[in-house]
Ligand binder design. Structure first.
Ligand SMILES: Nc1ncnc2c1ncn2[C@@H]1O[C@H](COP(=O)(O)OP(=O)(O)OP(=O)(O)O)[C@@H](O)[C@H]1O
Ligand SMILES: [Mg+2]
Length: 505
């Protein structure tokens, strides 16, 4: 249905794609995998007319094509969910769904009533209940992704390309998504699927193409490759090495009697949080569980002073933190890695170095002068430790791959040497190799006495990573799971608020 041959694409200093051959067939779900910066998103952008290739051909339905804009590709029947949700945040949810194909009334004006009704139906079909008149930006990242999905499948596409569609979705939404993918496959649509979540790939994909440093290193049926071999191929390592790395988990031991370093007491934000209390001890990793909209991100933001509270307080190492001020929270030693890196973190026009040093600058300056040597050292350490793939520290962050941007953001908050680290989806979009690296790093920090609050929609990560999990529902703490009680089953029950030992099984 859609194929490329001998495709190459170079950016200044980077060969993003070299001599790539790739074919997406009708009725097949094709996984496109590779490390952060391997070239997956670039390939998709070349296929869909965002970038112009330096060399190579694109064939669509048997005909050579060259799309010069994404809109052209879409009109030809290629529907794409890009890695960075690229909808219009200020426009309503409904408007975003129908962008470019709004239903018109008799006078040629947009028929808002019809648009709202149809938008509502489309989203309900995907299990999403939102007020479609509200601006899109009021939705969480996960819900925004579902809007992008609804938009992609609403048109009669023959090729649907999804670049990390599940990175902020909950298990329930992932299920919905997979239902949609199966339906597309049955209809004979060619689906291209990019994800770093291995279990998802094996659940939904038929074929796999592995990219490494811009080259295709393997293509064939996914069932022929076991997980270990696939990861080894992605990383370009021996299977033995991979096995070791796969073992890395959070293991930090800590003193369960120690005084909590972070105490949140009765945090209340009207309509969003109600009397949320939790405590994290030095060296402890506490997970926050719950569905989309359950108040996990809000809790993290309230603790970090980024969301004004109506009641409650935050205490760090026994000292109350002035509420509603991010500056006060940072001074008290609280770092927050926000969920939405595009809106709340990365400054795309600044360099990798500047982005990493941004938050730490006041601490690295004297009399208004920045200590460049120290900044260089910190930047170098983190670039190496987190394996940030960039042409160098002076490359603009906006030019890095999605996963590498996420690593830069993580480095920024780690460089502050926080006492309390709030991580909202820290490994989203990060490849398997780097994920193990990030987890080992967090582990080390926890061993040093750092308190970590972890939000992750990846259930496995939450369970393996946390010493305790506090479960939220509708802005209220409904359960706390500790030690051996932290299991997938217990977590699912708590999230669904099924009483433990209930009679439903
Ligand atoms: N606009 C750009 N300018 C300069 N370099 C770029 C640009 N876009 C991508 N690159 C570089 O091309 C390479 C491939 O990036 P790409 O985004 O395709 O990776 P990816 O496989 O999608 O990674 P990830 O898993 O992190 O999303 C990276 O080295 C990246 O820095
Ligand atoms: Mg990408």
């Amino acid at each position: 249905m859609l194929s490329v041959s001998h495709l190459s694409k170079t950016f200044p200093g980077v060969r993003a794609l070299s001599d790539v051959d790739f074919t997406a067939r009708a009725g097949e779900v094709h996984a496109l995998v590779g490390e952060n910066g391997a070239g997956k998103s670039t390939l998709i952008k070349v296929l869909t007319g965002v970038y112009r290739p330096d060399a190579g051909e694109v064939t669509y339905d048997g005909e050579p094509v060259r799309f010069s804009t994404p809109l052209q590709a879409q009109q030809a029947g290629i529907s794409t969910i890009y890695q960075e949700v690229n909808l219009v945040p200020l426009m309503s949810v409904a408007r975003n769904l129908f962008l470019g194909r709004e239903p018109l009334g008799r006078l040629g004006l947009i028929d808002f009533r019809r648009m709202h009704r149809e938008a509502d139906e489309a989203l309900r079909g995907l299990g999403i209940r939102v007020d479609v008149r509200r601006p899109l930006r009021e939705l969480g990242v996960g819900a925004q992704q579902m809007v992008a999905l609804a938009r992609a499948v609403a048109v009669d596409a023959r090729v649907v390309i999804m670049d990390e569609p599940t990175s902020s979705l909950e298990p329930r939404e992932v299920k919905t998504l997979f239902g949609v993918i199966r339906m597309l496959r049955e209809r004979g649509v060619a689906v291209v699927y990019v994800s770093h979540r291995m279990d998802e790939l094996y659940e939904i994909c038929d074929t796999v193409t592995v990219l490494r440093d811009g080259r295709v290193v393997h293509t064939g049926p996914l069932a022929d490759l076991d997980r270990l071999r696939l990861v080894a191929m992605m990383l370009g390592r021996e299977i033995g090495e991979v096995r070791e790395e796969g073992m890395t988990k959070f293991t930090g031991s800590h003193d369960t009697e120690a005084e909590p370093i972070l105490r949140a007491e009765g945090l209340t934000v009207s309509h969003r949080l109600s009397d949320v209390s939790l405590a994290v001890r030095p060296g402890e990793v506490v997970g926050l569980g719950g569905l989309l909209g359950s108040g996990r991100s809000e809790t993290a933001k309230a603790i970090a002073g980024a969301l004004p509270t109506d009641a409650g307080r935050v205490v760090v190492a026994g000292v109350p933190v002035r509420s509603g001020s991010t500056a006060a929270a940072i001074r008290a030693g609280i770092s927050l890695l926000p969920e939405d890196r595009k809106a709340e973190g990365i400054v795309p026009g600044l360099s990798v170095r500047e982005n990493i040093a941004l938050a730490a600058l006041p601490a690295l300056s004297r009399f208004g002068l920045v200590d460049d040597t120290r900044v260089d050292r910190i930047v170098e350490t983190f670039m190496k430790r987190l394996r940030i793939k960039a042409a160098g520290p002076h490359q603009k962050v906006g030019e890095l791959s999605g996963g590498n941007q996420q690593k830069v953001l993580l480095a920024r908050w780690l460089a502050l040497h926080p006492k309390v680290l709030l991580l909202d989806e820290p490994t989203r979009g990060i490849d398997v190799g780097a994920k193990a690296e990030v987890q080992a790093l967090i582990d080390e920090l926890a061993d040093d006495g750092l308190a970590v609050l972890l939000i992750s929609s990846d259930t496995e990560e939450l369970i393996e990573g946390s010493d305790r999990v506090v479960v939220l529902k509708d802005g209220v703490v409904v359960r706390e799971l500790t030690g051996d009680a932290v299991t997938e089953d217990a977590l699912m029950r708590a999230i669904a608020a099924v009483p433990a030992g209930g009679s439903d099984d």
